[in-house]
Design a protein around this ligand. Structure first.
Ligand code: ZN
Length: 77
């Protein structure tokens, strides 16, 4: 049985969650399961990095690009 306070908080959380402009991603680390192996994708200071070979060649990789698509609502514009 939930308290009325918890119910109010859950309702507020749902309202917040629908307002993407309230949250901005600062940094994160993601374990990414690629087709050819696992990768660590990180976001820091407005840039994505990945430990895969493609990214080490200073090229955009599909892992970081996928994360950008997944979190597009949280990225600063
Ligand atoms: Zn990558």
């Amino acid at each position: 049985m939930y308290s009325s306070s918890l119910v109010r908080k859950a309702a507020k959380a749902r309202d917040y969650a629908e307002q993407g402009d309230r949250a901005s991603l600062i940094s994160c680390s993601v374990a990414f399961r690629g087709d050819n192996g696992d990768h660590l994708v990180t976001y820091e200071a407005g840039a994505w990095r990945c430990d895969c070979h493609t990214h080490s060649m200073n090229q955009d990789c599909s892992h970081a690009m996928a994360m950008e698509l997944m979190l597009t609502d949280l990225l600063p514009t």
